[in-house]
Design a protein around this ligand. Structure first.
Ligand SMILES: C[S@@+](CC[C@H](N)C(=O)[O-])C[C@H]1O[C@@H](n2cnc3c(N)ncnc32)[C@H](O)[C@@H]1O
Length: 459
């Protein structure tokens, strides 16, 4: 990865999800927090032999698909069932017959719609659905959904590929604007970029062709996409991995479910708002709906870990002058407790000399800088990783000091093998600190990321 000193960092659109829209399957559907294929490919190029690659936070399967195109076997885990479906669709192998059948099914679906007596699929129970689609677009989508279900059978390649194209179309026909960090709605006067008279069927047809172009380019490597919780990896991963490249959720109150709602409701992964809140609460960094009220009463597990640097920042966030300071401090504390459990379990699925790369962004709360990368680096050292290193990758914002980092480390495995119990609870990690590698500290210090300091340095 090309990196620059922190003072010379730029925003690097090529290191964001924007780069993916032009790259075949990677561009099938957008997720704003997806990272760039380019970052992943540059990291994959740093290893010279085929590796077993793991991405514990699959998202849109950027890592898994990149590894598969390189011919590396990979596994990826994800808590959101819609993203599991998408990851499987993106990493699957499609035959020429699958592609021909899908084109035929697309034609059959559109012909069925023109007959005009197709019963519409019910409007998805999405809050303020009329803000998402003007009536003609909504009616078109309802009939298109019925047509796809009529001409295809579930769980077939044809059904999958048409459903991916349907997801593209529902976003192109929507009033949603993705120009900000997250999704919002276009101004009322600027609704829909085409006329009602526009041929909506042509939009879908173009989306089908785009999806099929990507489907024709099959990856070589085997990939497994697993629905599971990254906090409990050893419970469902039986293999060991040599390379982890991942971008965990950011500690910035970004809700993935919020952005994915239209896809999830239309495809039946969500049927009511409460379920969206529950899924967000189950996710690391979830903050939406029911998650917000539960955070008020959330209490940290004092036996998990103690990091004075983090405690100092939490105290600053919780300052009485900050209206929701206590709630947001709980949000951050819960986020890192989850990350701790994730990293603790990760060690048990890593091979000897495994390398890990965590692409993370820092955040601010009430102007208090949360040095996310430093807390990750601190946790990795505490948990026995070696060569922990923090490298600035890009600026995330033109004005504020928000930066994306690669927190990398190696896992020798020997430290864990010396323990009688590898569960990694705090009481086990009193032994000789195995991981304060001098080189890492030097590099970290040069980035202003010394191992564990107080919050005063972060403000
Ligand atoms: C920043 S996104 C990953 C984006 C991905 N790198 C990409 O390029 O699309 C983080 C992902 O972690 C998932 N996630 C959150 N909590 C999780 C958990 N406990 N276990 C597994 N996945 C989780 C979210 O659903 C989200 O898809």
């Amino acid at each position: 990865m090309t990196t620059a000193p922190q003072t010379q960092l730029t925003q690097r659109a090529d290191y964001t999800h924007k780069y993916n829209t032009r790259t075949g399957r990677h561009g099938w559907l957008r997720l704003t927090p997806a990272y760039s294929v380019k970052i992943v490919e540059e990291l994959l190029r740093t290893v010279d032999a085929p590796r077993r690659v793991l991405d514990p936070f699959c998202g849109t399967a950027t890592t898994a698909l990149s590894a598969a195109y390189r011919g590396y076997p990979s596994a990826t885990t994800e808590i959101n069932p819609f993203l599991v479906w998408l990851g499987r669709a993106k990493t699957a192998t499609y035959s020429d017959a699958d592609i021909a059948n899908t084109l035929d099914a697309c034609a059959a679906a559109l012909a069925l719609m023109s007959a005009n007596d197709l019963p519409p699929t019910p409007v998805p129970p999405l809050h303020n659905v009329e803000r998402w689609w003007v009536p003609d677009a909504l009616s078109f989508l309802q009939r298109l959904r019925t047509a796809i279900e009529t001409v295809t059978e579930g769980e077939t390649a044809t059904h999958t590929l048409l459903s991916v194209a349907f997801c593209r179309t529902l976003i192109s026909l929507s009033n949603a604007s993705f120009s900000h960090q997250s999704m919002s709605f276009k101004a009322a006067g600027a609704q829909l970029s085409f006329d009602v008279g526009h041929d909506l069927a042509a939009v879908f047809y173009e989306d089908v062709k785009f999806v099929l172009d990507g489907a024709a380019d099959n990856p070589r490597g085997e990939c497994t996409v697993i629905e599971g919780d990254a906090r409990t990896l050893p419970d469902f991963l039986n293999e060991r991995f040599d390379l982890v490249i991942t971008s965990p959720p950011y500690a910035n109150r970004m809700s993935y479910i919020r952005e994915l709602r239209p896809y999830m409701y239309w495809l039946g992964y969500l049927t009511k708002a409460r379920d969206a809140g529950e899924l967000d609460w189950a996710s690391i960094g979830g903050t939406w709906g029911v998650a917000t009220s539960r955070l008020t009463d959330w209490k940290p597990d004092r036996d998990a870990f103690a990091c004075s640097m983090l405690d100092g920042v939490l105290r600053s966030i919780a300052h009485e002058g900050h209206a929701n300071g206590g709630l947001l401090a709980n949000y951050v504390a819960r986020y890192f407790e989850d990350v701790w459990h994730h990293l603790k379990g990760l060690r048990r699925v890593l091979a000897h000399d495994a390398q890990v790369h965590y692409i993370v962004g820092n955040s601010t709360f009430y102007g208090v800088l949360l040095p996310v990368e430093r807390v990750y680096a601190w946790m990795m050292r505490e948990l026995g990783f070696d060569n922990v290193d923090v490298t600035a990758v890009r600026k995330r914002n033109s004005k504020k000091d928000l930066i994306e980092f690669d927190v990398s480390a190696t896992w020798s495995g020997s430290w864990t093998e010396r323990q009688s119990d590898v569960s990694g609870d705090r009481k086990e990690i009193h032994g000789p600190a195995p991981s304060l590698a001098t080189a890492s500290l030097t590099k970290a210090a040069s980035l202003g990321t010394s191992c564990c300091s107080t919050s005063s340095t972060t403000q």
